[in-house]
Design a protein around this ligand. Structure first.
Ligand SMILES: CC(C)(COP(=O)(O)OP(=O)(O)OC[C@H]1O[C@@H](n2cnc3c(N)ncnc32)[C@H](O)[C@@H]1OP(=O)(O)O)[C@@H](O)C(=O)NCCC(=O)NCCS
Length: 331
C-alpha cells in the first residue's frame, strides 16, 4: 500500500475519479456521481496562478490499483488556518484502515501548509452513513448540520403563482433581473458584496471559518470555474436604485441537466422582510422552465436555524431528502 500524488495531467487521475464515482454511487445510488471532467476542471483551477484556491490530490494505491482518493483544498485569500478535506474510499476496500491512512496524510499535508483546522463534509442520505462513524472515530466535531431538500419540477403552478403574487406585493420598488453564467458588469461589485455576506450571514454553526474576501475578479474566477466544470448557472437578482441587493443561483450540470443544485441565495440585511428571497427564487424557477426544461429536480441544503430560507423553500414545495453535516478538527 502506498500514497502517491496525482493531478489532472497524469493517468492515475482517471482511476482517482473512478474511485470517487464508485464511492458516491455506493452512498447515493439514486444520483449520478460527479463526472470526471468536473474533478479535472477543479484540479486545473488549483494549479492556475493567482486563483483564490490551492490544493492537491493523493491516491492510495494497493499494488497498481487506486482504491482511495484524497483532495485537500486550501483557501488563499482568506481563512489561512483552514484546510478542506475530501476523502473517498472504494466501497470494496472500506473498513481496512485505508480511510484512516489517507486522513493522516491529509492532516500532515494541511499542517505542512501551515493550516491548523481541517474541515470536511459528510453527505448523509440516511442514519447509518460511514462518514459519520468515521468522523466520530477520528475525533472530529460536527459544527454544522444542514437538511437537504429536493424540489421536483415542474413546481405546483398554483403554489408558485401565490408566492409570486405575495412577493411582488411586498417587493414594490424592486426590479427582478436574471442572467446566465456571467453577472452583468454593472452589477459585479454588488455581487461581490453579496458573496462576502454569504460567508457572514448564512449560518455556519461552529465552523472555524471567517469572512471571505470577494471582489469583482473573484466573482469572475468563480463563474469561469463553473463553466470549466461543465455547469451552467442561472441567476436572478433584485435591483433597487440600480444596486443589486439580492440574488439566487441555480447550477445545472450540462452532462446531467435533470439534476440541478441550488447555489447561494442572499438578501442584504437592510432589504430583508420584503419577500425578496421568494421573489428571486420564483424568478429563477420561471427561467429554468423557459430555458432549461430538462431540469427535473433541484437540491438545496439549509441549516434548520435558517428559518427564513427554509420557509421560502417549503413554500415552493421543497421536501426533505437527508442531510449534510460539516465537521472540523484542530490539528
Ligand atoms: C468514511 C470513509 C472515508 C471511511 O473509509 P474506510 O477506509 O472504511 O475507513 P477506516 O477503515 O480507516 O475506518 C476507521 C474507523 O472509522 C469508523 N467507521 C468507518 N466506516 C464506518 C461505518 N460504515 N460505520 C461506522 N463506523 C465506521 C470505524 O470506527 C472504523 O474503525 P473499525 O473498522 O475498526 O471499526 C469511507 O467510508 C468513504 O469513502 N465514505 C464516503 C465518503 C465520505 O463520507 N467521506 C467523508 C469522510 S470524513
Amino acid at each position: 500500500m502506498r500514497i502517491a500524488e496525482t493531478g489532472p495531467d497524469d493517468e492515475r487521475f482517471t482511476a482517482w475519479c473512478r474511485v470517487w464515482a464508485a464511492s458516491q454511487r455506493a452512498d447515493r445510488p439514486g444520483d449520478p456521481p460527479r463526472p470526471a471532467s468536473d474533478h479535472v476542471a477543479l484540479a486545473r483551477r488549483l494549479l492556475a496562478p493567482g486563483g483564490s484556491l490551492r490544493g492537491t490530490h493523493r491516491a492510495l494505491l494497493l499494488g497498481d490499483a487506486v482504491v482511495g482518493a484524497l483532495r485537500l483544498l486550501l483557501p488563499v485569500r482568506d481563512n489561512p488556518t483552514v484546510a478542506h478535506v475530501d476523502l473517498a474510499i472504494h466501497p470494496g476496500h472500506r473498513r481496512r484502515g485505508i480511510g484512516g491512512l489517507l486522513l493522516a496524510e491529509a492532516v500532515r499535508l494541511a499542517g505542512a501548509a501551515g493550516r491548523t483546522e481541517v474541515v470536511t463534509e459528510v453527505d448523509e442520505p440516511g442514519p447509518q452513513v460511514a462518514g459519520r462513524g468515521f468522523a466520530l472515530r477520528h475525533g472530529w466535531r460536527c459544527d454544522l448540520a444542514e437538511s437537504r431538500r429536493d424540489l421536483l419540477l415542474p413546481p405546483d403552478e398554483a403554489r408558485l403563482c401565490a408566492l409570486e403574487e405575495q412577493a411582488r406585493a411586498a417587493g414594490r420598488g424592486y426590479e427582478v433581473v436574471t442572467w446566465r453564467d456571467r453577472t452583468p458588469d454593472a452589477l459585479l461589485d454588488d455581487r461581490a458584496l453579496l458573496e462576502r455576506r454569504m460567508t457572514t450571514d448564512a449560518p455556519h454553526g461552529d465552523l472555524p471559518v471567517q469572512e471571505e474576501h470577494w471582489d469583482a475578479a473573484r466573482v469572475r474566477e468563480y463563474e469561469d470555474a463553473h463553466l470549466a466544470r461543465g455547469r451552467t448557472v442561472l441567476s436572478a437578482g433584485a435591483v433597487t436604485g440600480s444596486r443589486l441587493v439580492a440574488f439566487t443561483d441555480l447550477q445545472v450540470p450540462l452532462e446531467h441537466p435533470a439534476l440541478a443544485q441550488q447555489g447561494g441565495t442572499l438578501v442584504l440585511r437592510e432589504h430583508r422582510g420584503r419577500r425578496l428571497g421568494a421573489l428571486v427564487k420564483a424568478a429563477v424557477l420561471r427561467e429554468v422552465a423557459a430555458t432549461l426544461p430538462a431540469v427535473r429536480r433541484i437540491t438545496t441544503y439549509n441549516a434548520e436555524s435558517n428559518r427564513a430560507m427554509v420557509a421560502v423553500n417549503e413554500a415552493l414545495g421543497f421536501r426533505r431528502a437527508g442531510r449534510l453535516s460539516t465537521w472540523s478538527r484542530r490539528i
